[in-house]
Design a protein around this ligand. Structure first.
Ligand code: B12
Ligand code: SF4
Length: 596
């Protein structure tokens, strides 16, 4: 088997989550992952595909999902067995501050000479601290587009390992976006000079993953999240960057400009985006989530995209950043009849919504819902959030009352397609967001600032102590209390309006009440000053804590579209693989090798 050049490792949020007793709370209820945040960045697949296209061999190992799915899986043994030229670890989401560093330590323990490369949004933001404070990190590749800088870094690494006669590769100081430590321990950050203005250089259709799974005979390491085989949702990315400036978002226009040197979003050509979706349909019948509002690049872009996907017989999920006109809704419905929509008004209160950075009224929102349902939208998800500027406990409860108003208006008949959800902004306020940079100006108090503080926060016994912020309007206690109370009320409403099965609602209610009791018990234990006793008591709570950790305020299945039994198209995937195998055999016979 040819040698692997790069292994991309995705760590769990907290490395030893299987041993620690942590009440994670509803921090991941509204995304496909569990609180371990086992989903790896889409960028793993684009980096891997780009490097493979240039003659490097890359393997993805989702340690988090393997640890979740198999209690006997030993991540250290796995890391020891891998012998690539370099390891890459994502610190994209700050929630991985613990796991990513612990995995880097394990890599260095077993492969002290092998370079460890970190990348992703949070690594980019904290590159100085990471290289200064953690000797286990050798490089940070900054930016939202690292395929080309990674290629240059791999050339450097391969060159430095080669016998001197053939050594090559650019010097570290020439690699765009790279931050590195020299022999004297000094940290250097090369300019962020690579921020491509389009996404034509990357392939975003998962074909690399399908091929790599067969080649490495290791489906278990490539699975994106725990239940993916049951619910194979995939994503298609319209762009990198954003035109908007929601104040708590670490992926806002301001953050992209300041942290990734991106002046405006880079869009995938609409026809390529449509082709990505068609390619996904070659191996999966599951829904495709079109990430980023397709109207962001203008109506012409959206129209071209809809034209290019016209007739697609595949469930598409669209996210829209604001109200939608009836004409546009009809255009969507006409092009892709099997579509769902999600919008995040964040609060029922227009004052809070405005203070968050979203400027539209409830009237516009309700009109949008009405148009969508009328146009045949299969389902409409509404997302509300807790922990916003100007939001009080009372205001959160009013959001739930507003949800009832919406259910009365749209869900009271047999047609139940409007689904509201609520969750806290957790575990962290985003690094690099406007609020992060100037918390007081927005009424926030930031409790942790450094990677190390976040790393330690993540192993606190309950999510209340993990949260890195509180606001002028709500303390951490109130954020937690309002979350559970809102969860309880919304769950009862959903049962009343027939959006969830009453038996399921009862289970959810019991789980919320249990989580609430546990929070109180943990608070009591935390007030004990004897550290040894405190640890012992917390450990004793672990079985109960584990039982309360999954899907606290709503069931994951509430987010899912009902699918037929055949979600992964094994037949088509096999044909895809056969085609690929044939191409590779043919290439092996060809005298022209791919040059790096
Ligand atoms: C799409 C998206 C998602 C998708 C994930 C899709 C995926 N698998 O990547 C979903 C909806 C599932 C999601 C979930 C979450 N998200 Co999100 N998400 C986004 C969003 C809207 C776009 C991200 C994007 O464009 N990525 C594309 C590009 C930029 O990244 P990429 O291709 O994956 O990776 C490139 C670089 O980042 C880098 N890179 C990444 N990893 C690595 C590793 C190495 C070694 C290297 C060298 C480079 C590298 O190179 C890649 C290729 O060029 C952003 C907001 C925004 N406007 O950016 C928020 C954002 C990234 N998410 C955020 C958060 C907080 C979350 C959650 C923690 C929320 C929650 N509590 O549930 C979860 C985490 C889920 C998990 N890991 O299990 C924050 C992150 C802030 C931070 N610094 O921590 C953001 C910035 C804004 C927000 N609040 O939503 N998210
Ligand atoms: S939350 Fe706002 S700023 Fe962040 S990605 Fe979404 S629309 Fe853009």
């Amino acid at each position: 088997m040819p040698k692997i050049d790069l292994v991309l490792l995705h760590a769990p949020s907290v490395y030893d989550f299987r041993k620690e007793s942590i009440l994670y709370g509803p921090i991941s209820d509204l995304v496909p992952s569990t609180p371990v945040f086992e989903l790896y960045p889409i960028g793993f697949t684009t980096i891997a595909e780009y490097l493979e296209r240039h003659g490097y061999r890359v393997r993805i190992v989702n340690l988090a999902v393997r640890m979740l799915n198999d209690p006997r899986f030993d991540p250290e043994k796995m890391i020891r067995s891998l012998k690539p030229l370099a390891f890459g670890i994502d610190l994209h989401w700050m929630a991985h501050a613990h796991g990513a560093i612990e995995v880097a330590k394990l890599v260095k323990k077993h492969h002290p000479e092998t370079p460890v490369i970190l990348g992703g949004f949070s690594a980019s933001y904290f590159h100085q601290e990471l290289l200064r404070e953690y000797q286990v990190v050798d490089y940070v590749v900054r930016g939202d587009s690292t395929e080309e800088p990674m290629l240059q870094l791999m050339r450097h690494i391969r060159g430095s390992k080669a016998p001197s006669a053939t050594a090559g590769g650019p010097p570290l100081s020439d690699i765009p976006n790279l931050a590195w430590r020299d022999a004297k321990g000094e940290v250097h950050a090369n300019p962020l000079s690579y921020a491509p203005t389009d996404l034509n250089h990357v392939l975003m259709d998962y074909s690399y993953v399908v091929r790599a799974v067969a080649r490495d005979r290791d489906l278990a390491s490539y699975i994106p999240f725990k239940h993916w085989l049951k619910y194979p949702i995939t994503a298609a990315l319209t762009c990198r960057g954003c035109f908007h400036n929601c104040h708590t978002c670490g992926g806002s226009a301001t953050t992209f400009r300041q942290v990734f040197a991106r002046r405006k979003p880079a869009f995938r050509a609409p026809e390529d985006l449509a082709q990505d979706i068609r390619n996904i349909g070659r191996f999966s019948n599951g829904p495709v989530f079109v990430l980023g509002d397709i109207r962001q690049a203008g109506l012409d872009y959206a129209t071209r995209f809809l034209e290019a996907v016209r007739g697609l017989n595949h469930p598409l999920m669209f996210e829209f950043f604001g109200p939608i006109s009836s004409q546009f809704m009809e255009m969507v419905a006409e092009a892709v009849p099997d579509f769902t929509i999600e919008i995040s008004p964040e609060s029922h209160s227009e004052e809070v919504r405005y203070a968050f950075g979203r400027r539209y009224s409830n009237e516009e929102l309700e009109r949008t819902i009405a148009y969508a349902l009328e146009a045949g939208c299969r389902r409409f998800d509404l997302f509300f959030m807790i922990g916003l500027p100007r939001q009080t406990y009372q205001s959160v409860m009013e959001t739930i009352a507003y949800c009832e108003h919406l259910m009365q208006r749209f869900d009271s008949g047999p047609d139940k397609r409007l689904f509201p959800f609520i969750s806290p902004m957790a575990p962290f306020l985003d690094p690099g967001s406007r609020v992060w940079e100037d918390p007081e100006a927005y009424g926030y108090r930031l409790l942790y600032r450094t990677v190390e503080e976040h790393r330690q926060a993540l192993v606190q016994p309950s999510w209340k102590y993990v949260l890195n912020y509180e606001t002028k309007w709500m303390s951490r206690d109130e954020i937690v209390d309002s979350t559970y109370e809102a969860g309880l009320r919304l769950n009862r409403l959903k049962a009343r309006y027939g959006l969830v099965d009453p038996r399921q609602a009862e289970i959810t209610e019991r789980r919320i009440l249990k989580a609430r009791r546990l929070i109180e018990q943990i608070d009591d234990v935390m007030s004990i000053t004897d550290g040894g006793r405190r640890r012992k008591l917390l450990r004793a709570l672990k079985p109960q804590v584990d039982g309360a950790n999954l899907s606290t305020v709503c069931e994951k299945s509430e987010l899912e579209l009902p699918l037929g039994w055949l979600k992964l198209n094994f037949h088509k995937a096999a044909l895809l693989l056969a085609g690929d195998l044939w191409a590779r055999l043919w290439r092996r016979k060809s005298p022209v090798e791919v040059q790096s």
